[in-house]
Write a new protein. Structure first.
Ligand SMILES: [Mn+2]
Length: 205
């Protein structure tokens, strides 16, 4: 019997007075991406997320960078998380849980995820209050916070050790990518079932 597996794609358009975002994702892609937020370091991070999760991401954000980078990073996290949640649909057949340890030179970060529909972020990452290009580094918590909320993820990120700020942030994104890649992948032994004894993994149920 040939089994028809539905294409897991979605797009989100979110426009407010602070940001205008269009994002398209394909969960079953190969890591192709076009990312433009006018924040080059942030683009670099979203590109890493796409490349290592194999989620194709097409993302354009026009944000109020004349104020600062806060609204752009936070709202991109929200839109991207919503797109992933939408593309996951009823979550039948997904592996649901995963984790990874991600080394990057002197630095080691662990990310654990449950695609639970019950948003929660644990963020044990100390970032010195410095800027990389135009982004204050403490803003990255806001990205992970809004991403976990709209994607409906229980998400725990911990930087176990590391010195270089660029490495610490990048290892968080790469670890998220590797973790998501496994958690959203389909379990061929369990394709027709939502992996929950409750019977649903919908957001906030
Ligand atoms: Mn880098």
């Amino acid at each position: 019997m040939t089994r028809q597996i539905k294409t897991r794609v979605s797009s989100v358009h979110r426009k407010t007075n602070e940001t205008n975002i269009i994002v398209k994702v394909n969960l079953d892609g190969n890591g192709k991406n076009h990312v433009s937020t006018d924040l080059p370091f942030f683009d670099h991070m979203i590109q890493q997320l796409s490349k290592h999760s194999l989620i194709d991401i097409d993302l354009r954000c026009n944000g109020d960078l004349d104020i600062d980078s806060h609204h752009t990073t936070e709202d991109v996290g929200w839109a991207l998380g919503k797109a992933i949640n939408d593309a996951l649909g009823d979550k039948k057949g997904i592996k649901r849980y995963s984790f990874s340890y991600l080394p990057m030179d002197e630095c080691l970060t662990r990310c654990c995820v449950d695609i639970s529909g019950r948003p929660w972020l644990v963020w044990n990452v100390f970032l010195p209050n410095v800027s990389i290009k135009d982004i204050e580094t403490d803003i990255f918590r806001e990205f992970f916070q809004s991403f976990s909320q709209s994607a409906g993820l229980t998400l725990h990120v911990e930087n176990i050790y590391g010195q270089n700020t660029h490495h610490i942030i990048e290892s968080c994104f790469k670890s998220l990518a590797i973790t998501l890649r496994n958690a959203i992948s389909l379990d061929l032994r369990n394709l027709d079932t939502v992996p929950s004894t409750k019977g649903t993994l919908s957001r906030n149920k």
